[in-house]
Design a protein around this ligand. Structure first.
Ligand SMILES: Cc1cc2nc3c(=O)[nH]c(=O)nc-3n(C[C@H](O)[C@H](O)[C@H](O)COP(=O)(O)OP(=O)(O)OC[C@H]3O[C@@H](n4cnc5c(N)ncnc54)[C@H](O)[C@@H]3O)c2cc1C
Length: 489
């Protein structure tokens, strides 16, 4: 059988991509080396945009059940308790139509994403299938697994940091400079412990040069400590509870919690050059890795999947030329770079271990006052969008429409034209016909949030892509005609 897409790797990124392609009716093969979900929890946070991506895969409900929304933000605090930097939380529903920050246990999320993919009869999931070789042919690719082989029109390597597909593409990697081992400890706190009850709700980045640490309230009884390894620390010894419990003494004692697991990870900051070669593509950790100081590594991979899914869908159904897939890396690489660069900058702040450098850092923040920062909202690089300044190429908000639906529920998974009635009525008959032929969704009564957005960006209409990034904006009917003529299909 010839599959439309073979996905190598069933981590969160491969599982989401399988959901999105399965939902669109494509024949998808998922090949995963391991028998079980990766048992060690890594990610603990995702943002409101990612919840919106889960919504697009009809997964918002199960994910909201397993994750905890939080409005408490993140604080970088020095050894003396002074606040250096803060990412403030947002109360209630954020601009993406969901809470801005969610905390969760990665194996539980992975299980929900896998169950989601299994809903589709066109998605064929094979566990314990280790892909060992790929052979490219003109119109398809063969994947070798032990003594079996499978064929697919496209292969997406969601196969993590040591990606086999990346090796076959022959990508090089840009190194953004941060490579540092950290110990990660997950604890289950005892419900009756007063010390556990006093743990902060917000995420703490303890910028103590004697021992930098991160503390996260993951939700339920689970709390996460990430502890930087110092020169002289031996990674093998660090996971011994007798070694790490004393490091937690300012918060908890061994009687307050049980250790769920402890593992040493080396954080990296790299971006691949070459996310696509012909029928091979990469997504997730296979093409970028970030230190987790912003909690954005998996989020970036899920954004890759959302970007790639609508393009693959259009190409597989013959609506768009294969060249549309070339816009995937050009758009996504600069976007993920903005997150990794900020994470590296935050890493330099928290990872300062020379007391004199840390003191100079603290002095700088004392002089300048607490710095407020937020997740970046970068523009996609050039690609399937108009070549213009933001808000073009930036994620669009998701308000509730006057009819009370969330915007994406009304739009579905297609392009949409959104604007004031007079401008939508001022386009030519050819434009209207194009909208009809391309099955564009038309929103002419967006309500106050969309009106305010249009006013703030001095336009009267916009075209939104299926992944909810702004394709282009228009001030007049003639602008909208021109914009429509540039649609990729
Ligand atoms: C300590 C830590 C904390 C983190 N915190 C956050 C956070 O708070 N928020 C966030 O967004 N991100 C966070 N991350 C990052 C996040 O965990 C990763 O970005 C995410 O798991 C990557 O998902 P993936 O699907 O790309 O790769 P993976 O989860 O690595 O999955 C790859 C899959 O491919 C399979 N595979 C590999 N090779 C083959 C092959 N040849 N054949 C078949 N299968 C194969 C593997 O078995 C695996 O199942 C954190 C990471 C760490 C280490």
């Amino acid at each position: 059988m010839m599959y439309d897409v073979a996905i190598v790797g069933f981590g969160p990124v491969g599982a989401l991509l399988a959901n999105l392609l399965g939902r669109a009716g494509h024949h998808v093969l998922v090949l995963e080396r391991d028998a079980d979900i990766h048992p060690l929890p890594r990610a603990v946070h995702f943002d409101g945009e990612v919840m919106r991506i889960f919504q697009s895969a009809d997964l918002a409900e199960p994910v909201a059940m397993l994750a905890r929304s939080s409005s408490k933000g993140m604080r970088f605090i020095n050894a003396a308790g002074e606040l250096l930097l803060e990412r403030r939380g947002v109360d209630g529903v954020g601009p993406q139509g969901w809470a801005n920050n969610w905390y969760f246990n990665q194996p539980t999320l992975d299980a929900a994403l896998r169950a989601g993919a299994a809903r589709y009869s066109s998605v064929d999931i094979r566990l314990q299938h280790d892909v060992t070789a790929l052979t490219k042919h003109g119109e398809h690719v063969t994947l070798a697994v032990a003594d079996q082989s499978f064929t697919a029109r496209y292969v997406v390597g969601c196969d993590g940091a040591r990606s086999l597909v990346r090796r076959h593409i022959g990508s090089t990697q840009d190194d953004l400079g941060l490579h540092q081992p950290w110990l990660v400890v997950d604890l289950l706190v005892n419900p009756g412990s007063p010390r556990a009850a006093a743990l902060p709700e917000y995420t703490v980045q303890l910028c103590d040069p004697a021992r930098p640490m991160t503390v996260v309230n993951v939700g339920g009884r689970r709390r996460r400590w990430e502890i930087m390894l110092m020169p002289g620390d031996r990674a093998e010894a660090m996971t011994d509870s007798a070694v790490f419990w004393p490091m937690l003494s300012r918060w908890l004692a061994p009687t307050d919690a049980t250790v769920e697991r402890a593992a040493v990870y080396t954080f990296h900051s790299v971006i691949a050059r070459g996310w696509r070669r012909g029928r091979l593509m990469l997504a997730g950790d296979a093409c970028h890795q970030t230190p987790p100081f912003l909690g954005q590594g998996m989020c970036a991979g899920l954004r890759d999947a959302a970007n790639l899914a609508w393009k693959l869908d259009a190409v597989l159904y013959g609506r768009a030329a294969d060249a549309l897939l070339d816009t995937y890396e050009s758009e996504r690489a600069p976007h993920v770079r903005a997150f990794i660069e900020l994470a590296v900058r935050l890493g330099a702040i928290i990872q300062a271990t020379d007391p004199a450098i840390a003191e100079a850092r603290d002095e700088q923040f004392r002089d300048g006052g607490t710095e407020l920062f937020d997740f970046p909202q970068p523009q996609l690089g050039p690609g399937a969008r108009i070549d213009a300044e933001p808000p073009v190429g930036v994620i669009f908000p998701q308000p509730r429409l006057p009819a009370r639906h969330l915007l994406d529920e009304a739009v579905g998974t297609r392009f949409a034209v959104i604007g004031r009635r007079p401008i939508l009525a001022a386009v030519t008959a050819a434009t209207t016909e194009r909208w009809r032929a391309a099955d564009l969704s038309i929103i002419d009564d967006g309500g106050p949030v969309i009106d305010a957005w249009l006013a703030a960006h001095e336009c009267a209409a916009l075209i939104l892509r299926p992944d909810r990034y702004v394709f282009g904006t228009a001030r007049t009917g003639a602008d909208l005609d021109a914009l429509t003529s540039r649609l990729p299909y």
